[in-house]
Design a protein around this ligand. Structure first.
Ligand SMILES: *Cc1c(COP(=O)(O)O)cnc(C)c1O
Length: 421
């Protein structure tokens, strides 16, 4: 732990939290589909002196002097992001995915304007208009859903009818708990029909798109994409907004991010984004993205064989939603705790039209991005799924403890890599 020698000497309490978390990550099996491990190079950029600098504005147009190197870092992040996602414009300043979405709404809407987004219980995200968010007090959100929970097909007919009726300014695609690829062309055609801007929130699948293991929504005509940079994209915690080609939209986005919504950009994070985008441009990242999906398919096969109910019947991406209530007569909350005791970290999750309460829903959500970064093969991913089924079925201490030992061994056999070069 040489890189923490100063904290160790000068702040023992935080030192304990830092190395405790590091050990937890090294020994545990991380199945939360929104988590990943960054490279040492990304960490070095995050820990750099760029954090000391105020850089309000954009490269070449700042409010303070001394921007020679911050401009270099931000310009590199922008250029690499554009190349990675085939965008004409990129804003790399949003501090997170929620910030990116909020800035996007403020760029495109007036208070009271209408957005058509995916229902949260069908896979959408809180920031897509859930009543608990302040966004829902400012804008008018309507939801579309899946037509068939067993296949995951979106009800595009109902969506088009709703769009014609409510005339949204934004047609929003994207999700945090949906295991299928969307029909992007249908979204774009509905948006164009009603004169809305089409936005895809790629927070969860940005890495799959960058690694060409999933379709790029820009290829089918989406106007804007918002994203996080820390999920499958494997960069530092942060957000980003991409614009396919409209200069007018890009200008609105830039203004909304700063000065509209945020203050000074976090230049150390932006430098780290540039490093991560550089990593994602390498051929090895394509192999990574492909393996994420191969590992999901390996797990999917085990659940299918054991007749466990997966929402939409399976998965095309990096995550699986398992209806543990129907499959194993255990609630999502209890399943989360039980598997945690077995050394497997994942989260409880509502399933479509869940009959159980949000704090203890019917499902669990898990995925393969983190284990794939550690180098898990399809065979090992399948073994994790087998262990999950055994634990969820038997639930006794002997089974749980045996699972925990095996999971720790498997994790330690795949140390978190320092580099993806
Ligand atoms: C994770 C996520 C976000 C929010 O990102 P934060 O960085 O946590 O603010 C937004 N949209 C979707 C679809 C997400 O999955």
């Amino acid at each position: 732990m040489d890189c923490y020698k100063r904290i160790r000497k000068e702040d023992k309490d935080i030192y304990r939290a830092v190395v405790g978390e590091e050990k937890r990550q090294a020994e545990g099996l991380e199945l939360i589909p929104s988590e990943n491990y960054v490279s040492r190079a990304v960490k070095e950029a995050m820990a750099s002196s760029l954090t000391n600098k105020y850089s309000e504005g954009y490269p070449g147009k700042r409010y303070y002097g001394g921007q020679e190197f911050t401009d270099q870092a931000e310009t590199l992040a922008i250029e690499r992001a554009k190349k990675l996602f085939k965008a004409k414009y990129a804003n790399v300043q949003p501090l997170g995915g929620a910030n990116a979405n909020i800035a996007m709404y403020f760029a495109l809407l007036e208070p009271g304007d209408t957005v058509l987004g995916m229902d949260l219980s069908h896979g959408g995200h809180l920031t897509h208009g859930h009543p608990v968010t302040y966004l829902a007090k400012i804008f008018n959100f309507h939801q579309y859903k899946m037509k068939d929970v067993e296949t995951g097909e979106i009800d595009y007919g109902a969506m088009r009818r709703t769009a014609k009726e409510i005339k949204p300014k934004i047609v929003l695609a994207g999700f945090s708990a949906y295991p299928r690829e969307l029909d992007y062309k249908k979204f774009v055609s509905i948006a164009r029909e009603v004169g809305a801007v089409s936005v895809m929130d790629i927070a969860h699948i940005a890495g799959l798109i960058a690694g060409k293991a999933a379709k790029n929504p820009f290829d089918d005509g989406f106007d804007i994409m918002t994203t996080t940079t820390h999920k499958t994209l494997r960069g530092p915690r942060g957000g980003m907004i991409l614009v396919r080609e409209s200069e007018e939209l890009a200008k609105k986005i830039d203004k909304a991010v700063f000065p509209g919504f945020q203050g000074g950009p976090h230049m150390h994070q932006i430098a780290a984004k540039a490093v991560a985008f550089g990593e994602a441009l390498r051929p090895s990242f394509k192999r990574y993205a492909k393996q994420i999906i191969a590992n999901t398919h390996a797990m999917e096969k085990v659940f299918k064989k054991n007749k466990a109910r997966m929402i939409t019947g399976g998965s095309d991406n990096h995550l699986i939603l398992l209806d543990v209530w129907t499959s194993f007569r255990i609630s999502g909350g209890e399943a989360e705790k039980l598997l945690d005791r077995a050394g497997i970290t994942l989260n409880k999750n509502a399933i479509a039209d869940d009959t159980r309460k949000p704090m203890d829903p019917s499902g669990i959500r898990f995925g393969t991005p983190a284990m794939t970064t550690r180098g898990f093969t399809a065979k090992e991913a399948a073994r994790v799924a087998e262990i999950m089924i055994e634990v969820l079925t038997k639930r006794d201490d002997v089974t749980v403890n045996r699972a925990k030992r095996e999971m720790k061994k498997l994790a330690l056999a795949h140390p978190i890599p320092e580099s993806f070069a």
